[in-house]
Design a protein around this ligand. Structure first.
Ligand SMILES: [Zn+2]
Length: 322
């Protein structure tokens, strides 16, 4: 019996260690973007965000965790623009949610993703948190807003073929947004302009989406070319993650794709970082520019808000990018 309990304990510890490892790796880019965005902030709000940088970084991934427990969460992370538009520029999709729903019906809009408008919602509730000087909610909504803004800048969050499932390019989602930043972001230039106030946040986010959308040809085209010209044995390799051997895209294969993309991942990450900092700053200005060193720390987060603290388990509800 004693032996059995010991074995059980060891398996639980091993499982926990492994789960932590896989989650942490999958969320690498989001955490990096929130972290780097802090350093683009103007001096009025930089000290506050810098002081809480660990929280802002750690909670950059909460919206993805919520996808395992809240059915409405998935559509907030993407917009399948190619359902409406074939090529850039975006000239058939109205920018406002109301006009888009009138043109395509609310059901359709909800089915094919709402990320630009959810960013707008998140910015408004962050402004409210600033107005109420609610430190807990300012931190929570800043971290989450950063996540959605970053998602909107990933080309594969702008297409129905988000994981290459329609073109026999399965796994391209994680390859592009997780594997490449993990391997190569250490060499990216993260010296980025200081954040500015956004007069038209919706316009700004649509411009970011359009850039990502117009790069989809390269994202899919180069991947297809490599898949067809690289021997199977060279595509994958095994890496040690915690106590597990995990199958991953090989370094050489990832390097070849990264080179063909010609800094695209770096450009999308830089655009994300700049956008995140601009959205935080704009929310603060719209929230009346409160003194962030003098906030109310006693207001508690409501039950609904605390949903984010629920740990990830099981499978994502709705679209899964794994
Ligand atoms: Zn996401």
């Amino acid at each position: 019996m004693k032996h059995f309990l010991l074995k059980l304990l060891v398996s639980i510890i091993t499982l926990c260690a492994f789960q932590f490892e896989t989650k942490a790796w999958g969320f690498f880019a989001h955490q990096l973007i929130n972290e780097k965005a802090v350093f683009c902030l103007p001096s009025e709000i930089f000290p506050f965000y810098k002081k809480h940088i660990s929280y802002i970084k750690e909670h950059a991934v909460d919206p993805d965790k919520r996808r395992y427990i809240v059915a409405e969460e998935a559509v907030r992370h993407f917009i399948d623009l190619d359902y409406y538009e074939k090529v850039s520029p975006i000239d058939t999709m109205p920018w406002s949610f109301k006009a888009a729903c009138e043109k395509y019906t609310k059901d359709t809009i909800n089915e094919y993703g709402i990320v630009p408008w959810h960013i707008q919602t998140m910015m408004n509730i962050l402004s409210e948190a600033f107005k109420n000087k609610n430190e807990a909610l300012i931190l929570k909504y800043s971290s989450e807003l950063g996540h959605y803004v970053a998602d909107a800048h990933v080309p594969l969050h702008n297409t129905m073929n988000y994981n290459g499932q329609m073109t026999e390019q399965h796994g391209i989602h994680g390859f592009f947004e997780t594997r490449l930043p993990e391997l190569f972001s250490y060499q990216y230039d993260f010296m980025i302009d200081r954040a500015v106030y956004l007069d038209n946040p919706l316009h700004f986010i649509w411009a970011g989406i359009e850039q990502g959308f117009s790069s989809l040809d390269s994202v899919f085209g180069f991947d297809k070319h490599l898949r067809l010209t690289t021997p199977e044995s060279k595509k994958m390799s095994f890496e040690q993650r915690g106590t597990q051997q995990v199958k991953v895209w090989s370094f050489e294969y990832a390097m070849a794709y990264h080179r063909l993309l010609n800094n695209l991942v770096e450009r999308r990450m830089r655009a994300s970082i700049y956008a995140v900092s601009c959205f935080w700053y704009t929310a603060w200005v719209n929230g009346g520019q409160p003194d962030l060193m003098n906030l109310n720390k006693d207001i508690l987060i409501t039950t609904q808000d605390s949903l984010l603290t629920i740990q990830q388990n099981g499978k994502m509800i709705g679209r899964s990018e794994e």
